[in-house]
Design a protein around this ligand. Structure first.
Ligand code: SF4
Length: 314
């Protein structure tokens, strides 16, 4: 790749009059030795899988094997049908889509890791709802996935994209940054605006710990994806309006590295701290790993009815 930072990416795009997405497609083809057509086809297949995950999460039973989570995306959609949502229909739909894909992941369905499975809902959440709203075709969305990939490439090479290394800021935070930059570009923003969207988004998740209850990518991961989709839209809008990340986005990425490196091990996917070690989190963990039927007991501990739904189906 000819770039390692967002600054270099923006400069290249400006010099060659290309979008993040167009430039990344060319760079990726050069790097892999495959043709641009082949790279594009592969990426468009990934987008098809994302769309299918949204559909599945909104229409099928997504109760997880633990029984802890499932069907929250459908709850949001049902709520939207009869109510004016506080965040507005656009953000609510992106949120529901993100929850849907994360729930498909938790129920062992097929997703695309963007950048990880834990944060797989945010990009499809934003993309699928925005495609419907603005009428973009699949090729446009595929280019936007390359744009998101370019941003993810920079973050991964300068900081982290995994919760075990850098906390949830690295997973959910990176996904929000990727979605925000790509969305800014989709809406006609300049490369500079897309880069500002990344920095604006990342600043909002700095310090976010990774604390999955029971070590499962369910609680709080799924709802963080829902929130992430809304934040990505907000960051894109701020950047398009001319709001700048005063601390340059590359420096924000460096801060993510600094914060993640000093994060205690208990807050990096070990389930030894944070929400995982609350009284309820510990109770769920205990029931999941030491006693009885995980589906029912863990759901009971969580105080939801997901386990009961699963039991009925079984
Ligand atoms: S809490 Fe941890 S496992 Fe869950 S999404 Fe965040 S980084 Fe991934």
């Amino acid at each position: 790749m000819r770039f390692r930072t967002l600054k270099q990416l923006v400069e290249l795009c400006e010099r060659e009059n290309k979008s993040f997405g167009r430039l990344m497609l060319e760079e990726q083809a050069n790097e892999s030795g495959r043709s641009e057509q082949e790279e594009f086809r592969k990426m468009s297949e990934y987008y098809a899988i994302m769309k299918e995950a949204v559909r599945k999460g909104l229409t099928e039973d997504t109760t997880s094997r633990s029984g802890l989570t499932g069907r929250d995306a459908q709850r949001v959609m049902q709520y939207m049908e009869g109510n004016e949502t506080s965040v507005g229909a656009v953000a609510a739909e992106a949120m529901a889509n993100a929850l849907a894909v994360s729930e498909v992941n938790a129920s062992m369905g097929r997703i695309i890791a963007t950048p990880t499975a834990g944060s797989c809902g945010i990009i499809p959440g934003v993309f699928v709802s925005s495609q419907k709203r603005f009428g973009w075709n699949d090729d446009t969305m595929t280019y936007a996935l390359f744009a998101a990939g370019a941003i993810g490439y920079v973050i991964a090479n300068n900081s982290f994209v995994s919760g075990a290394e850098g906390g949830c800021q690295a997973e959910v935070g990176s996904a929000i940054g990727m979605a925000a930059g790509a969305m800014a570009e989709l809406r006609g923003g300049t490369p500079s605006q897309a880069a500002h969207a990344v920095g604006l988004a990342l600043k909002n998740t700095l310090g976010l710990i990774c604390d999955p209850v029971g070590g499962l990518v369910e609680i709080p991961c799924i709802v963080r994806n829902g929130f992430g989709a809304v934040n990505a839209l907000a960051a894109a809008d701020m950047a398009l309006a001319g709001v700048r990340s005063v601390i340059p986005s590359d420096e924000v990425i460096q801060v993510m590295l600094e914060v993640g490196s000093s994060m205690p091990e208990k807050h990096r996917e070990t389930a030894k701290g944070g929400l995982a070690q609350t009284p309820t989190g510990k109770k769920i963990m205990d029931q999941l790993y030491r006693k009885g039927s995980p589906k029912q007991t863990a759901a009971d501990a969580a105080g939801n009815d997901a386990g009961a739904q699963t039991e009925k189906k079984d």
